[in-house]
Design a protein around this ligand. Structure first.
Ligand SMILES: [Zn+2]
Length: 114
């Protein structure tokens, strides 16, 4: 093989690797449940047991249900009008948190526990 072909091949492989790295799910295992800007729960998904938590909304008129199942977390149910949070499914990415705007509730990957 000529040198230029090898260089092109290396560049191609590097860009493929970069694509895989940027697309892979978060390796973080600390998640935070944030209501109204305050962290109300922190979980380590590696050790958290399967559980379901009902979280009342700040005004008390609505609620969200957060479920941890086999090391994954999602908003499994909500009394909010749009249900976008439920449709988002399991939390996968650091850049895309699960958000319930009407109830001001967010599930996101967080930093290590202090
Ligand atoms: Zn919602």
């Amino acid at each position: 093989m000529k040198k230029t072909k090898i260089i092109i091949l290396i560049i191609f492989m590097l860009s493929a690797v970069m694509t895989v790295i940027s697309m892979r799910p978060s390796e973080k295992n600390i998640v935070e449940v944030v209501q109204d800007g305050k962290i109300i729960y922190t979980f380590d998904l590696l050790t958290a047991e399967n559980q379901t938590i009902k979280i009342p909304s700040p005004d008390g008129n609505s609620s969200n249900t957060v479920t941890i199942s086999d090391g994954k977390i999602c908003m499994s149910d909500s009394e909010c009008p749009d249900k976008i949070c439920v449709k988002s499914g399991f939390l996968k990415s650091e850049s895309i948190p699960v958000v319930c705007l009407p109830n001001r509730l967010v599930i996101r990957f967080g930093n290590e526990v202090n």
